[in-house]
Design a protein around this ligand. Structure first.
Ligand code: PXP
Length: 251
């Protein structure tokens, strides 16, 4: 496929860690909306925030303000609990990404087991659709989970890239890369849009960005860390550049 015929790849920036920093002093800086605008200025296609049950970083007011101020894509990452669903329905993000949530985890660990809770997931997805909100399901790169995701009516899946990112040997990373590649192609074949995220950085993102089946990426931690050296706008701009160059380099 010639580069010019490649589908575009969107980059969404996860800004949870901006809120983590703010909460360290329980004040108002850094401001989450200002950070979101800076990400967009750096060329991001949208922002992601995760409203956790324990509100450890993003808070209800952040979600409300972001929705009010951000005209480009706002993806609200969330667990499918009654309280957070009510907030999401009120907020009307451009996309909700449903993730599993464990109270004591450092960050999201593993994908949703959609296949095991199919009935519940179908109901949750239908509820969002009734309110005109598209849904993405964060899943491990397994065909069984993709089939289940498709049958919920969700439009998107987000492939969990954590095992690929955390691989400590070249062999393991290759195995995980192949799993992701196969899952991305299969998801497209059955009509799902494909996002990918978790643990991606300026290096390991490159092979994934080159996969035409992946249409969107959600990246946070590596960009916020890089921002400490070069500033947020430049850190985002650098990631946009890496992702777009990888996309077109495959030829
Ligand atoms: N996607 C999902 C579903 C996540 O839970 C996270 C972490 O909050 C990310 C993407 C971004 O991961 P990272 O911060 O490691 O880039």
């Amino acid at each position: 496929m010639a580069p010019s015929t490649l589908r575009p790849l969107s980059l969404l920036i996860n800004i949870d860690h901006i809120a983590t920093l703010r909460n360290a002093r329980n004040g108002r800086i850094p401001d989450i909306v200002e950070a979101a605008h800076t990400c967009l200025k750096g060329g991001a296609d949208g922002v992601v925030c995760h409203l956790r049950e324990d509100r450890r970083h993003i808070r209800d007011e952040d979600v409300r303000r972001l929705r009010h101020e951000i005209r480009t894509k706002l993806d609200l990452e969330m667990a499918a609990t009654p309280e957070i669903i009510r907030i999401a329905l009120r907020t009307k993000p451009d996309l909700v990404t449903l993730v599993p949530e464990r109270r004591y985890e450092l960050t999201t660990e593993g994908g949703l087991d959609v296949a095991r809770q199919l009935r519940k997931m179908k109901q949750v997805v239908a509820r969002f659709h009734d309110h005109g909100i598209p849904v993405s399901l964060f899943v491990d790169p397994e065909h069984r989970q993709l089939d289940a995701s498709r049958s919920t009516g969700a439009e998107w899946v987000e492939l969990h890239t954590g095992d690929y990112a955390d691989a400590t040997t070249a062999r393991r990373r290759e195995t995980e890369y192949r799993r992701l590649r196969s899952a991305a192609v299969y998801a497209r074949t059955i009509g799902l849009g494909v996002n990918a995220g978790h643990g991606l950085n300026y290096t390991n993102v490159q092979r994934l960005a080159a996969l035409p089946a992946i249409g969107e990426m959600s990246i946070g931690y590596a960009i916020i860390v890089r921002a400490l050296s070069v500033g947020l706008e430049t850190a985002v701009r650098e990631m946009v550049s890496v992702v777009q160059r990888s996309r077109t380099a495959r030829g």
